[in-house]
Structure formats: C-alpha cells, structure tokens
Design a protein around this ligand. Structure first.
Ligand SMILES: [Zn+2]
Length: 300
C-alpha cells in the first residue's frame, strides 16, 4: 500500500523554557504573508467562520490591488461582501480565469479570507532554509521549486515571492545571540521590519524564493466532499477548525476515500500538507531543511 506523510514547520520541543528555540526558528524562518485577499465577513450566521480561507493559484488581478476591501484586510458586512463578489469575478474573467469555477461553487469556491498568490517575505537573516512557513503555506527556495518541477510533483503551483526585506545577518557565519534576537522581536515582531535593525541594501539579490500553493484536491479533480471543510451557506466562509486548534483535534490518519492521485494535497483536520512517499524521499535525498515529516496511518 502507498505510504503518506505530512510536511509542516518543525515543532518546537517542549523543553524550550526560555523561548530561545522558538526565537531562533522565527529568526531563520522570517515572516511571510499574503498581500491581497478577499475580506472576512461580519456574518449573522457563522460570525465569520473559523478557517483561514483558501489560496487562489493565481495572482491578484491588477485592478483589484487598489480595491479598499482587498487591501485593508478588515472584515466587511455581508452586504458589502456580496457586492464585491461580482467585481472580483469580472476582474478574474478579464485576465482569462473561469470565475464560475473559482468563486461560485459552494464547495470548491473561494470564500471570505481566500488569498491571492501574491506573497511578501521579511526575514531577519540571509535566507538559508529550503522552506519558510506561514501557517501551513510554504515559501520555498529555488532548489526546492526546480527539484519538484523536475520530478513532476503534482498538486502544487509556484509563484515568485516579493522579498521585501532581508537583515544583514548571515547564519552561515554566526548564530544570532540572545540580545540580537530580542532586539528583533521587541522592536519589530508585531509591526514587521524593525526601524533600527540593519537591512541589506538589495534584498532581491537573495532570491528568487517561490510561494508554493497547495491545490486543494477538490479544485483540480472530481469533488471529494470529505476533502474540504464545510462552508457557511450564508457567506461562504470556510467552517474549518478555529485557530489555534487544540492538538487533540488534529488527526494523524487518512481514510481510504481521502487517498487521491496527487503527490501533495490538504485534508481537513490533518495538520500540514499531505505528501506521497515519493515526495518524502525527494525531500530527504536532497537534504531540504526547515520542515518536519510525520508518517500518517491509513485507515480502512
Ligand atoms: Zn457565514
């Protein structure tokens, strides 16, 4: 029988009492974020849902980049959201994307909180790892992208990430000191780049890095209802697990009907991204870093 694994950001060990390991992980992972997304909704039915939305496998259409609801990230009333949907559809159609498929299907469709693929990264040190995480989304090195493409890994889609800021710290030469990490965390963590922290003059020379969108299997193959979280019937918000989810709520198994023919995919209530054994082998053989692989049980 085929084996399946999950890939996600490495878990910080329980004995990290002073938070040093957590800080170091933050330091080398950096902060990755979406630049444009559909707003969450102030919904009378679901109160805004619990999931983080889905990922469009395409960039934000140019004309939407200045739309207040797309840029602000502030939840909007239901009426305003309903008025926004046709505007987004029209812009998708304009750039040749089937808006019915992506916006209107109650199961497959993208609802409130869905991200466009445009991503931005800020990192306090020179990028040195294979995977940079933002919840379960990964931004990857050129080496990972090229390897996955050469191996024809299915279920994923890449888009170059905007490297907005890189600090003048090279982990290959020196590990950051406690003071150094505190400087970053206290001055910058909540707001983004710290004002006084020295940055590189030309951050783009550290690229390219690529956002890796994991296509929900249901978006690229036949609908498998067990593969998608239910959505609110009123506003379309994904009613996924609320974050942060309790560790006991995550599953460490797949069921037979969740086994599909893609190399990478997401499954509700399974933490991280499911990968085939072939992907696991490629990751290990290439020594890709900053990821944790866990074997999944397959139940009848
Ligand atoms: Zn709702």
């Amino acid at each position: 029988m085929n084996e399946y694994w999950t890939i996600k950001e490495p878990t910080i060990s329980g004995d990290d009492k002073d938070g040093r390991e957590y800080m170091f992980q933050f330091f080398r992972n950096g902060q990755v974020g979406a630049m444009y997304w559909l707003p969450f909704v102030i919904c009378p039915e679901c109160e805004g849902g619990g999931g983080g939305g889905k990922d469009f496998p395409f960039l934000c259409p140019e004309r939407l980049k200045t739309h207040p609801a797309i840029v602000n990230g502030v939840p909007v009333p239901l009426k305003e959201y309903k008025e926004l949907v046709p505007v987004v559809q029209e812009e998708l159609e304009r750039i040749g994307i089937d808006s019915r498929k992506w916006m209107l299907d109650p199961v497959l469709g993208f609802g409130p909180g869905s991200h466009f693929a445009d991503r931005i990264i800020e990192i306090p040190c020179h990028p040195s790892v294979s995977f940079h995480w933002d919840f379960s989304n990964a931004t990857v090195s050129k080496e990972v992208k090229e390897t996955f493409e050469r191996e024809k890994i299915t279920g994923i889609w890449f888009q170059e990430v905007n490297i907005n800021w890189v600090g003048k710290f090279d982990l290959a030469k020196k590990k950051p000191s406690w003071d150094h990490m505190m400087w970053w965390m206290l001055d910058g963590c909540a707001e983004g780049t710290p004002k006084d922290y020295p940055g590189e003059d030309n951050p783009s020379r550290f690229g390219p890095l690529y956002g890796m969108t994991i296509l929900n299997c249901a978006q690229v193959s036949d609908i498998v209802p067990s593969e998608v979280y239910p959505c609110c019937e009123t506003c379309g918000s994904e009613l996924g697990p609320s974050e942060p989810i309790e560790p006991s709520e995550w599953r460490n198994f797949l069921t037979q009907n969740q086994l599909i023919s893609y190399d990478m995919f997401r499954v509700p209530y399974v933490q991280g991204t499911v990968i085939s054994d072939r992907v696991r082998r490629i990751i290990e053989e290439n020594g890709f870093t900053n990821c944790q692989l866990t074997k999944l049980e397959v139940r009848e």
